[in-house]
Design a binder for this molecule. Structure first.
Ligand code: GDG
Length: 475
């Protein structure tokens, strides 16, 4: 089988077995181990001048990582990727800025990375590129003569055309995306937004089998919702129940109910609205005073991007205000923990809680929602309260789905979740575990790579047919 080359902004884990390895890293790593291959991307380091990739061979997997200069980091990563694309793609164009120099830096880094990868490529390799940092990557590879099959998966939402057009180089970006052979999105809605942009803008057309013909290229465009490994999460959640931190939270809760939230500290996650909806619950239903606590774990990310500093201050202010308003000597309504926890401990905390409170304003998928469900004890499961704007809402029919902009509705959903009878909780949990198992992380990966390999074979068949026709015609 041909080698798999994975390209992502960050390469993780650089050393196997690192506990920070998330589901995605595990899924990708499994695939790499099966076929042998390379994982290429930024090492996370800032270097004084660009240098060739550092190669670290571990069995069949080669990690090839490069540093970024401060200028590259500022323009490509902090700038266009995280201060333009991330907010605009999460429908926060009020927070997005556009700077031509940053965009030039974004393109420049994509070009440099493509050149560095080309030196590592073999003719039969297939290339799988991940996420918004690398929208133009295939275009850059094609420009330097790479003809290998290249697929792309977008982890974040793809906005509707009107929102996409707020990003000034929108058409160039979409045109670049059409240099891939397969473009994958988290949801049908995201896929539709991409197709709408192409069709309504008069840039191309789509056939019933999901093949887009645009800018003189044919590409397969589909939704590939990312999954988790629910059974191994369930096992870990049960096994880690006796960890000290889990036990001490359990003891401190006494007979109180626990609402759990875990998110990277990001404005797309709707944390302020979530706190305010919890406040509304306490305001409307005093019977819950002293009987329920919200634990919010929010490890900081991108803390050198200004909007991220603001959200942190905002959130600390809100937690303090709400606690000041309702706390009693022996009860703190909101425990806000601005730090990272070990992954399996998180799963055990999910299992301990009665409600999983996952209400992003916009999210590509949201793995926390899926992890929450998988962590539950099927005999006595907690209830998931989930935003309709998380990609996961399309796939978790047993959740209480809410609009995160409607604080009253969220407060009502929390109350309903806290009071839900056991039989209903069990039925809802069972409704979600089936689809989670059927669409686990391996299915996501294998479906995407299956399509990429099929396209690769089809295009080589076409290429062969053309060659044959040329030879027959004596050209
Ligand atoms: C992007 C898209 C899409 C969180 N805190 C800790 C910790 N986590 C883990 C969670 C989960 C992961 O991080 C977060 O994944 P999400 O999917 O919830 O969100 P993003 O980070 O925004 O991910 C998203 C995803 O890509 C995959 O395609 O679903 O829509 O935005 O696994 O458990 N892990 C550890 N400590 C923490 O404190 N170890």
């Amino acid at each position: 089988m041909s080698r798999l080359i994975v390209v992502s902004n960050r390469v993780a884990p650089t050393q196997e077995g690192r506990p920070a390895a998330g589901g995605l890293a595990i899924g990708v790593l499994d695939a790499l181990k099966e076929t042998g291959g390379v994982w290429f991307g930024w090492s996370g380091e800032i270097v004084s001048e660009a240098a060739p990739p550092v190669i670290d061979q571990q069995d069949s997997v080669t990690y090839a990582t490069v540093g970024l200069t401060k200028r590259d980091y500022d323009q490509y990563y902090r700038g266009f990727s995280n201060a333009t694309l991330w907010p605009a793609f999460h429908y926060r164009n009020d927070l997005a800025r556009f700077d031509r120099q940053e965009y030039a830096g974004y393109l420049r880094v994509n070009v440099t990375l493509a050149k560095q990868l080309k030196a590592l490529l073999e003719p039969d390799d297939i290339v799988w590129v991940h996420d918004y940092h690398l929208l133009p990557f295939a275009r850059c590879l094609r420009d330097i003569g790479v003809t290998n099959p290249i697929g792309f998966f977008l982890h974040i939402p793809f906005p509707v055309p009107e929102m996409l057009r707020t990003v000034p180089p929108h058409e160039e970006l979409v045109k670049c995306m059409c240099s891939y052979d397969v473009v994958g999105f988290q949801t049908e809605a995201d896929r539709q937004s991409f197709v709408d942009y192409i069709e309504r803008g008069g840039h191309g057309s789509t056939s019933d089998d999901g093949i887009v013909h645009a800018y003189d290229r044919f590409l397969k465009v589909a939704a590939y919702p990312i999954g988790i490994y629910p059974d191994s999460i369930a096992k870990a959640a049960a096994q880690f129940a006796d960890r000290k931190v889990v036990k001490s939270l359990r003891d401190s809760m006494r007979d109180r109910k626990l609402i759990m939230s875990v998110d990277r500290l990001d404005y797309s996650k709707g944390l302020v609205e979530r706190f305010q909806a919890f406040e509304r619950l306490l305001q409307n239903a005093p019977g819950w005073h002293g009987r329920v606590s919200l634990v919010q774990i929010a490890p900081p990310t991108r803390s050198d991007v200004q909007t991220y500093q603001r959200i942190r201050q905002n959130l600390e202010g809100e937690a303090g205000r709400i606690n000041g308003r309702f706390a009693q000597l022996d009860w703190t309504p909101i425990q806000y923990l601005n730090r990272k926890y070990e992954r399996n401990v998180l799963m055990a905390l999910f299992r301990l809680s009665q409600v999983g409170y996952v209400t992003p304003l916009r999210d590509g998928m949201n793995l926390v929602a899926k992890e929450y469900v998988a962590s539950q004890d099927p005999e006595d499961p907690g209830v998931l309260v989930l935003s309709q704007f998380a990609g996961a809402a399309e796939q978790l029919p047993g959740a209480l789905v809410v609009n995160p902009f409607d604080l009253s509705q969220m407060a009502e959903a929390l109350e309903r979740a806290l009071s839900m009878p056991l039989a209903e909780r069990q039925a809802r949990h069972a409704d979600m575990m089936g689809p989670l198992r059927e669409n686990n992380l391996s299915v996501w990966r294998d479906t995407f790579l299956g399509d990429l390999r099929r396209v690769a074979n089809a295009s080589s068949v076409t290429a062969k047919a053309v060659k044959l026709a040329d030879a027959t015609a004596g050209r």
